[in-house]
Write a protein that binds this ligand. Structure first.
Ligand code: TXE
Length: 490
């Protein structure tokens, strides 16, 4: 089979890179693409290009409206090429085509939203407490951004960084994950076609130590936008000691999914399936801890198990497939190890709990009862796979206590018909997102991000653009009087 070739995009030029590596198709475990590997030399070249583009040339001279127009053109290019990009993402990451097709079409709307934001960043004239001064503030682009992208949803997770950063006037070096980088490398063609000046957007890929680390510690980086795991995030924070770059971190979760006895159970079952088995559970907002009111536990589990066991698993390129493989063998091995450690800790397997006996990195939809143990790793650690742990609760206080018993704080799902209770719980839950009687809904208009181990900073909404700006305060002396006593602060 002929391998497909992908390229880096640095300073407006496409190149094969000095070194390459192979990308595996997770559905077969076999190599299907040749990927360029960026090391120090390429990283330095990309950062130098982004630094120059930020300070010189056309980009800093564009008005915010003109920047927005470039983003609109990019969005049109994405919309036109969405089917092809979706196929690439499915091929390279194993995420099913049903989801990539609609998600990538929606990515175009993310860029449109940020295109519109570009010329809505307003400053303020301050009611200053001095009669001879006019003082105003204005948001200014933070500078050169390093964006580190993980392997799940690369086009989506890069859009929520690139869109607001460009709207603010920043330039970027984007590191696609070494696992499944093809769609993001291909996206470079969109920036090129839209007419972004050379160096404004650079897209490379490579490995953590030899590429990600060099990029995030580079002295010319001003802001790091990172999505990945908390252990890698700690490395990235240490790297930022070299450049004192500001950081926005999106680090996944262990999100509770709470169901009260009064809930619409049909709807709750479907939402729970979406929360943990969609994208094979490789989603930062996966609702991986099911909390069930004791009185409905048995009935709900039986119905959920029946649904989970009839999920159609197969080729991610087949439109009828509901669950595809995991992205990497490494990820599957980690899940196998965590499930077996959970069972050793006293958890009880209700369904699944094994890798499928076929080529590719498939893992069965799995449900684990953790009512006998609070120590099971599947309750405390993000598995990033199709593994649901279940606990029961007696009343609202018990549900809240268990839901908040996590070091993470990204999302929470709550199913109840009691509106007052929904308000009470959403106010007390420690998470950045609460979905009431729904789950896994996103929009460019809505901020997205977490508390605690789930990171900080917000992606989505206008708040995200502000993450890529600094406020500048300008003082204008409106008096003709000579400068007064130089030894007293004015
Ligand atoms: O992610 P990593 P991994 C969680 C999930 C998963 C775990 C590990 O629980 O099981 O993290 O996944 C780059 N300096 N999430 O190992 O290592 C790396 O090349 C700079 C949650 O795949 O965090 C890749 O581009 N960069 C999650 C990116 O970091 C470095 C998404 C993410 O990789 C680096 C993914 C370094 N020293 C995993 N080392 C979410 N929040 O959605 C690696 N990288």
């Amino acid at each position: 089979m002929k391998m497909q070739l992908f390229q880096h995009y640095i300073d407006g030029e496409f190149s094969n890179g000095a070194t390459q590596f192979e990308s595996l198709d997770p559905a077969t475990g076999k190599a299907w693409a040749i990927i360029p590997e960026a090391r120090e030399e390429e990283v330095n070249r990309a950062v130098t290009a982004a630094h120059r583009a930020f300070n010189q040339g056309q980009w800093p001279k564009l008005t915010a409206t003109q920047r927005g127009k470039l983003l609109y053109k990019l969005a049109d290019w994405i919309e036109e090429n969405a089917p092809y990009l979706a196929e690439l993402e499915t091929r390279d990451t194993g995420k099913i085509i049903r989801e990539t097709a609609s998600q990538i079409a929606y990515v175009a709307d993310y860029y449109r939203y940020y295109a519109g934001c570009a010329d809505k960043l307003e400053g303020a004239v301050l009611p200053i407490d001095k009669t001879d001064m006019q003082v105003w503030t204005k948001p200014q682009a933070v500078g050169v951004v390093a964006a580190i992208i993980p392997w799940n949803s690369q086009l989506f997770l890069s859009a929520v960084k690139i869109g607001p950063a460009l709207a603010a006037g920043c330039t970027l070096v984007i590191k696609a994950s070494e696992d499944g980088p093809a769609p993001l490398l291909e996206l470079a063609k969109g920036f090129h076609a839209a007419g972004f000046p050379s160096g404004v957007v650079n897209i490379i890929t490579g490995f953590g130590k030899t590429c990600g680390s060099v990029l995030t510690s580079h002295p010319d980086i001003d802001h790091i936008a990172f999505t990945g795991g908390p252990i890698t995030a700690q490395q990235v924070i240490k790297n930022s000691a070299n450049n004192l770059a500001s950081l926005s971190l999106e680090l996944g979760g262990k999100s509770p999914f709470i169901i009260f006895a009064d809930a619409d159970l049909d709807s709750a079952i479907n939402a729970q399936i979406a929360a943990i088995f969609a994208a094979s559970g490789q989603s930062c907002v996966a609702g991986s801890r099911l909390l069930l009111q004791s009185s409905i536990k048995e009935e709900f589990i039986n119905r959920l198990k029946q649904k989970a066991e009839t999920i159609k698993i197969g080729s991610p390129l087949d439109k009828s497939t509901e669950m595809g493989p995991l992205c990497t063998l490494r990820q599957r091995q980690y899940i196998e190890q965590m499930v077996s450690a959970s069972i050793n800790a006293g958890a009880r397997l209700i369904s699944g709990g094994f890798s499928l006996d076929k080529e590719g990195f498939y893992y069965a939809p799995s449900i684990i009862d953790c009512d006998n143990t609070e120590q099971a790793p599947c309750l405390t650690h993000e598995l990033f796979g199709p593994v649901l742990s279940v606990q029961s609760f007696t009343d609202e206080a018990d549900a809240l206590g268990k839901a908040n018993n996590s070091r993470y704080g990204l999302a929470c799902g709550l199913f109840t018909q009691n509106l007052a209770r929904a308000h009470r719980i959403s106010a007390q839950i420690r998470s950045g997102i609460v979905w009431l009687n729904t789950y896994r809904a996103v929009s460019p208009i809505a901020p997205f991000g977490g508390f605690a181990l789930s990171g900080h900073g917000r992606e989505g909404g206008m708040a995200a653009v502000m993450d890529y700006t600094r406020s500048k305060t300008v003082w204008l002396n409106t008096s003709d009087a000579p400068f007064p006593d130089p030894f007293i602060m004015r």
